[in-house]
Structures are given as structure tokens and as C-alpha cells.
Design a protein around this ligand. Structure first.
Ligand code: MG
Length: 250
């Protein structure tokens, strides 16, 4: 299934995306739902973030080539930080360029979407806790990152967590091509098979630190090839089977 959340005639609903049609759900994929007879063409709706999250838990330096481009050691434990719920941004939304930032970066990331409350889950048992996967962009005020000594400020501005356009449970997260493009030019290209810490390990590891709630997302890290963006740029994150997440820089 490919799950979307959308606004249509001032009503917000979840739906199932099939080709270019959305079948409207009664209820939500994070609980009970039924698929109704109502179908709406995709171009008639405004897609929203595919869920609301209480937290976006992010993993830093989870691709070897990205750690090397910062001349940092390969982590032996995941590097973890959190983006606030106010950083969420939908597909086609505009990223706000903060006044105090002089270098704004994209980071293409595979995101895990938690489907049900997860606490102290073992690696072998994570499957039922994952609703699916989506594209995410870990927008970063790069010049503010070293100034702070930790990453919260650089990663937490409003609109710094675009994700979507849909959540799919039809992909194998251990082998997905992942790419970013700015103004149509490919700048990152890798595969989720290059993750240092993979999806089952991360869900288990994080669930032993904090309770993961339905709708929470985990950004799994970005491959090498990061660089800056400018006002008016278009940035796209493309992940195999997960569509294209497109945003502009305001
Ligand atoms: Mg990142």
C-alpha cells in the first residue's frame, strides 16, 4: 500500500494512492480503517505530510562516505539527534531560509515511519512496528552546526524536515537507490545497502532509549555529496519505490 494524507474541500483524510487516484480511507493507517468507495484524482488534492510526528529521530554519519567527507571517524554507535514536530514540511512546500544561516544544505534520507507504539523491541521483532518508508530531506544550516557544538540549532528550524509524498510498505529498505537533485542536477547518489546501521537495528536501538509513537519517523542518515542551496532552488529527494519529494527554497 501507498498511504497519503491530503486536504480536499477543507477536509483532511488519509488515502491509498493507486496510480494517479486516491482511494479515501475512513480512519487511519495508524489504527483501524476501511477503504471507502470514494476515489479522487491525485491532482485535485493538496498532499500534506503523510503523517504527523511527535518526533523525527535522526541518525548522523550513517554512510561511510558521508563520515569521510567530514573527515570524521566511522561511528561505532549511532549518532542520534531529534528534529521538533514544528520542522515538518509537506511535498511541494517551501523551505524557509533562516536569516542567521549562510549555508543551507540538503541531505537525502530514507525515513522509517513507525506504525504502532514501540518500546524495548528486539531487532528480530521490529517488523510489526513499522508502517512503511518515505523520502525525507534533513535540511541543515551547515554553518551553524560547528558553532553550536551540537546539532539541535542547525537541524531544527521550522520547515527543516520535508518528508513524503507517501508512505509505502511495499519496499525492501535494505536495498533502495537514493538520490538528491538540485535544480535537476544529481548531487547525491547511493543505495540504502550502504547504511552502517540498518533499519531493524535502528528501530530496536532507539526503542530501548525512547518510546516510539505511531507517526514518529526515523531519518536514517545521508550519503556523501552534500552541498549548499540558494534562494529559489528546487530540491528533490528520489528513493526507489518511494516517489519524489520536491521542495523549493524560499
Ligand atoms: Mg542527516
Amino acid at each position: 500500500m501507498k498511504y497519503v494524507r491530503f486536504s480536499y474541500h477543507n477536509t483532511i483524510s488519509y488515502g491509498i494512492l493507486e496510480e494517479n487516484t486516491i482511494k479515501v480511507l475512513e480512519g487511519s493507517p495508524f489504527g483501524e480503517y476501511t477503504i471507502t468507495e470514494t476515489a479522487i484524482p491525485r491532482e485535485k488534492v493538496q498532499l500534506l505530510t503523510p503523517c504527523d510526528f511527535s518526533k523525527a529521530v535522526c541518525i548522523g554519519l550513517n554512510y561511510i562516505d558521508h563520515a569521510l567527507e567530514f573527515q570524521l571517524p566511522i561511528p561505532t554507535e549511532p549518532v542520534v539527534f531529534i528534529k521538533p514536530s514544528t520542522s515538518a514540511l509537506a511535498h511541494l512546500g517551501t523551505v524557509q531560509y533562516p536569516k542567521q544561516c549562510n549555508r543551507l544544505d540538503y541531505e537525502a534520507e530514507l525515513a522509517i515511519v513507525i506504525g504502532k507504539k514501540a518500546k524495548d523491541v528486539e531487532v528480530a521483532d521490529v517488523g510489526p512496528y513499522i508502517l512503511g518508508y518515505t523520502c525525507a530531506n534533513d535540511i541543515t544550516a551547515r554553518d551553524l552546526q560547528p558553532k553550536q557544538g551540537q546539532w539541535t540549532v542547525a537541524k531544527s528550524f521550522d520547515t527543516f524536515c520535508p518528508f513524503g509524498p507517501f508512505i509505502s510498505d511495499e519496499v525492501d529498505p535494505s536495498n533502495l537507490s537514493i538520490e538528491s537533485r538540485v535544480n535537476g542536477k544529481t548531487l547525491q547518489k547511493s543505495n540504502s545497502s550502504n547504511l552502517i546501521f540498518g533499519v531493524p537495528f535502528l528501530v530496536s536501538y532507539l526503542s530501548k532509549i525512547m518510546t516510539l509513537l505511531p507517526g514518529d519517523i526515523i531519518l536514517t542518515g545521508t550519503p556523501g555529496g552534500i552541498s549548499g542551496m540558494h534562494h529559489g532552488d528546487t530540491v528533490e529527494i528520489i528513493i526507489e519505490g518511494l516517489g519524489v519529494l520536491k521542495n523549493t527554497i524560499g
